[in-house]
Design a protein around this ligand. Structure first.
Ligand SMILES: [Fe+2]
Length: 356
């Protein structure tokens, strides 16, 4: 659970302890093969060592829980699908081995509740209560959350009736519910829902991509968080790394809206992180960053760009529980991570029928 998340900041990791794994993970299969050369083993010609899956996780995002539209039943059915490994058939159809293995953890990409931005305290409380109940009833394994824009209470002060001075205003209510410790030296009203942890040879970073501004939010990584990320990647350079954020760091799905729906000439700042430029540079300096997962768009895509594979992984709610959103059905992704830094990301429907 989130209680033992480590936020290393600039302190504390035993770099030396992991260097052996480090080299292999960073440099990939060729290095693993070299470790098995005749000189090393004293037998036979060199043979590539097959990579081994070390982590299987479910990336769920945009559950948008509310009492209406049978949503609690829908979220429960998604968690049951994961818990009972009902994804096995879909994965096997794709030719993957060990399709029926369980997931080790869930990463929730945010927009956990339907909406707290535009509603008052009672409605926000009701939605969090529903989520906690559905989660407790249907999942007992590890789960880590990112905060989504709809999880932030009262950002639209006029409509929600908030002043901004409430103790749980903004991200703080969500962070309390999701047991995310605020980052040090950061105003937790606006920022601070980021952390990282290690999972069987991979480093996993949960980013806070929702930046609060008067009247709303935009997608981005604030300066304090960017500095923390820089330090965290440096300290964990030996591990292949997966990032997860609510708002995409980079995605082609925004183009569908900009060039299709809206005929806009710029990317709307609420749809994708505005500081991708400096993130790209950081990732080029840290080639161990392999994968970045996101939600927010309720659409699916994969973009391989400058060494990182970006997956926008649809939405558990599809089109806000009223059916698919465009070409994207309600679903979640099963993500397999291998010991040589490779990965597989597969989107799986869980059979939800809106209105049925
Ligand atoms: Fe959403």
């Amino acid at each position: 659970m989130n209680g033992d998340i480590s936020r290393r900041g600039v302190l504390g990791v035993g770099l030396g302890a992991s260097v052996g794994l480090a080299g292999a993970a960073l440099l990939g299969r060729r290095v693993l093969a070299q470790q098995d050369t005749p000189a090393a083993t004293g037998s036979g010609p060199a043979a590539a060592k097959p990579c081994k899956r070390v982590v299987r996780l479910a990336h769920i995002t945009d559950t948008h829980i509310q009492p209406e539209l049978r949503v609690p039943e829908g979220v429960a059915s998604c968690l049951t699908h994961i818990r009972e490994k009902k994804f096995a058939d879909a994965l096997a159809a794709g030719g993957a081995g060990a399709a029926s293995d369980k997931v080790d953890l869930i990463l929730h990409g945010g927009d956990v509740i339907f909406d707290a931005m535009d509603v008052g305290e009672a409605r926000t409380k009701e939605q969090w209560g529903l989520y906690q109940k559905v989660l407790a009833d249907n999942w007992s394994g590890p789960i880590y959350h990112a905060v989504g824009n709809h999880d932030c209470w009262g950002l639209n002060k006029k409509v929600s009736g908030t002043t901004g001075d409430e103790e749980l205003w903004g991200k703080r209510w969500a962070m309390q519910e999701l047991k995310i410790k605020p980052a040090a030296n950061v105003d937790t009203k606006a920022f601070g829902a980021y952390y990282s942890f290690d999972q069987n040879g991979w480093h996993i970073v949960v980013l806070d991509s929702v930046q609060v501004e008067p009247g709303g939010y935009f997608g981005g990584i604030d300066d304090a968080q960017f500095d923390w990320l820089k330090g965290d990647l440096l300290l964990n350079k030996m591990y292949p790394t997966l990032l997860v954020s609510h708002i995409s760091l980079f995605t082609a799905t925004v183009l569908d809206r900009a060039l299709n729906d809206k005929r806009e000439r710029v990317v709307h700042p609420a749809l994708m992180c505005i500081d991708y430029g400096r993130l790209k540079k950081l990732f080029l300096e840290n080639p161990q960053v392999k994968v970045a997962l996101s939600g927010h768009m309720h659409l699916k895509d994969r973009v391989d760009y400058c060494g990182v594979s970006y997956f926008c992984n649809g939405a558990v709610c599809g089109g806000w529980w009223k059916g698919p959103h465009k070409e994207c059905d309600a679903g979640y992704a099963v993500v397999d991570l291998f010991d040589d830094g490779t990965f597989e990301n597969r989107y799986v429907g869980y059979g939800w029928k809106a209105g049925a």
